[in-house]
Write a protein that binds this ligand. Structure first.
Ligand code: ADP
Length: 390
């Protein structure tokens, strides 16, 4: 393959992109983001070290294909050559897509059928693929799914206690953040091979947050389920909620699906609890009682879910913190680990404060590590493999 790999990660209001030189170990190049895509699009680009290289605001809201065209133009200008291939992060692969797929008309039709399972995210993931298929049909495109890594979960862990026919219609636990967990499993084999072969919980704590229980690098349980709403308290999402609350919303307040969806996805979590911000940094800095309560519930539920996954694993050898909060917040890591002392886990306060890779104390029965995640790298690696550049 000639030309660089472009990765695209289209979220509900942002488009993240990154360039890689192809190879078995793709080399990271410049990257960027267009945020506020539906209000005032702004494109920021960075060099491989993370230093900002440009900022551009667009005069008006632009359709997604036009934003993708801007990114392609930028990308081809970086290496003064046409792209070799594009990799897409796709939230939902349903039960059928357990590995990355080459984008084709057939795949796009299959993904259209999955929109019902992830209505807020899947259309944003599909739009750039369809646009590139139409305007550049010879450009290889690879779809990489956030659900695929959880294909190894035992069937019991994927089930809801509902009448069985719903499972056949796709109502089951899938799990998400799979590209992040796949990267963590791979990194762990390099930095702590003896632990990678054991019982590991990875905590991906970003704006979205989830846990993955891995045995020998394979997912056996996870905190997210049918949708990316389940499990931990998140920036604006509620996490686990008694389904009776939703029935109550409908009966007591006459709320419909769209209203409940907006409440649970966009107005709950740390934002809803604090009334201040979805951003953990702001809450940790705040003196307000509501901010402290929000942080307390985040940590309480995190400890409880780690306990549940440790039970699924039958014990715990290593706990990995990753993503924005996991990589950068010694306070959250400390509070969490203090609640897990019963697992034989203790942390080294100085190592934790320094954001060291290993933050467990010398005598801790469980290793605690901070491992920065890199979903873009994982996508680039899948692309290189799929198009024969690895
Ligand atoms: P996304 O899921 O959008 O990729 P990130 O992985 O970037 O999100 O995580 C964003 C979260 O990380 C925010 O809540 C932010 O406050 C938090 N975060 C980033 N740096 C720190 C820090 N130094 N201390 C506490 N939280 C932090």
């Amino acid at each position: 393959m000639k030309g660089p790999i472009l990765t695209l990660n289209a979220g509900s209001s942002s488009l993240k992109f990154a360039l890689f030189e192809p190879g078995a170990t793709p080399v990271a190049g410049p990257k960027g983001i267009i945020d506020e895509t539906f209000s005032a699009p702004r494109m920021i680009t960075k060099d491989p070290s993370g230093r900002q290289t440009s900022e551009r605001t667009f005069p008006k809201v632009m359709p997604f294909p036009e934003l993708v065209r801007e990114v392609i133009g930028w990308a081809e200008d970086q290496y003064k050559t046409t792209l070799g291939a594009v990799g897409h992060r796709v939230v939902h692969g349903g039960s059928q897509f357990t590995a990355p797929q080459i984008v084709s008309d057939k795949l796009l039709a299959d993904l259209d059928a999955l929109v019902a399972l992830a209505p807020l995210h899947e259309p944003h993931n599909i739009a750039p693929m369809r646009y590139l298929m139409e305007c550049n049909p010879n450009l290889p495109q690879i779809a990489c799914f956030d659900t695929s890594f959880h294909r190894t979960m035992p069937v019991t862990a994927t089930r809801f206690a509902l009448p069985l026919h719903f499972e056949e219609e796709g109502v089951r636990r899938y799990g998400f953040h799979g590209l992040s967990y796949e990267y963590i499993a791979e990194r762990l084999r390099q930095i702590a091979p003896e632990r990678a072969a054991g019982r590991v919980i990875a905590a991906h704590l970003g704006n979205g947050a989830s846990l993955c229980a891995m045995k020998d690098g394979q997912s056996i349980d996870t905190s997210m389920g049918f949708s990316a709403l389940d499990g931990l308290v998140m920036g604006t999402r509620c996490g686990t909620l008694d389904p009776g609350v939703i029935l109550h919303f409908m009966r007591r307040y006459g709320m419909g699906a769209a209203q409940i969806e907006s409440l649970l996805y966009n107005k709950s979590g740390l934002l809803g609890l604090s009334g201040l911000s979805p951003d953990m940094r702001n809450l940790l800095e705040s003196k307000e009682a509501a901010a402290k309560n929000a942080v307390a519930l985040f940590v309480f539920r995190l400890i409880r879910e780690i306990g549940a996954l440790a039970a699924s694993l039958g014990g715990l050898d290593a706990l990995i913190f990753t993503a924005g909060i996991g990589e950068h917040s010694p306070e959250i890591r400390k509070m969490t680990c203090e609640g897990l002392g019963w697992l034989g886990l203790s942390i080294d306060d100085a190592a934790n404060a320094r954001n060291d890779q290993r933050i467990s104390a010398a005598g801790s029965r469980v290793d605690v590590l901070v491992v920065p995640t890199d979903e873009e790298y994982m996508i680039a690696k899948h692309v290189a493999r799929a198009v024969g550049a690895a």
